[in-house]
Design a protein around this ligand. Structure first.
Ligand code: IDP
Ligand code: MG
Length: 154
């Protein structure tokens, strides 16, 4: 089982898309094990987007991500990092495939409604950055045997 970090960005919250986006994760079978609303402090934005702080668009990105609340979510599943990236879609939402969250809900690169960790290594760091251990829940999922065959869970 992998865990990955998802952020529903301020545009998702303002546009009233939070429920529909969370539903997609539930329907896919990605188990929500952490969920909270928060206002991202600028220092956290700088850490989270450290790979982008030198880009010309960074000041706008930080301003956007910190100006209104976000919803942070940790989801768990077999190969959850890759599965989440694939339902999220390409960074430039105009080019994101139909059926992906960005493809269906956005027309922008910078107002692209959602963040998802890009590798297992990043996911571990990002989950720890947004959630304390006590904010993640290892509850049993009674439908596990319907979302996965036994050999996929080994
Ligand atoms: P990702 O969110 O698909 O992983 P990254 O390249 O890691 O894409 O960029 C992180 C975020 O930075 C994007 O989701 C987007 O909000 C913003 N961003 C990336 N590239 C651009 C750009 O060229 N212009 C404006 N914002 C950008
Ligand atoms: Mg990224």
């Amino acid at each position: 089982m992998e865990r990955t970090l998802v952020l529903l960005k301020p545009d998702a919250l303002q546009r009233g898309l939070i429920g529909r986006i969370i539903t997609r994760f539930e329907e896919k079978g990605l188990k929500i094990i952490g969920l909270k609303m928060m206002k991202m402090p600028p220092a956290l934005a700088k850490e989270h987007y450290a790979h982008l702080t030198s880009k010309p668009f960074y000041p706008g990105l930080e301003q956007f991500m910190t100006h209104n609340p976000i919803v942070a979510m940790c989801v768990e599943g077999v190969e959850a990092v890759e599965a989440t990236r694939s339902i999220v879609g390409a960074t430039n939402a105009r080019k994101a495939g139909a059926g992906t969250i960005r493809g269906d809900f956005s027309m922008s690169t910078s107002r692209n409604v959602i963040h998802a960790s890009d590798s297992l290594e990043t996911a571990k760091k990002e989950v720890a950055r947004f959630f304390r251990e006590g904010e993640l829940f290892a509850y049993p999922s009674v439908l596990n045997g319907y979302f996965y065959a036994e050999d996929e869970l080994e």
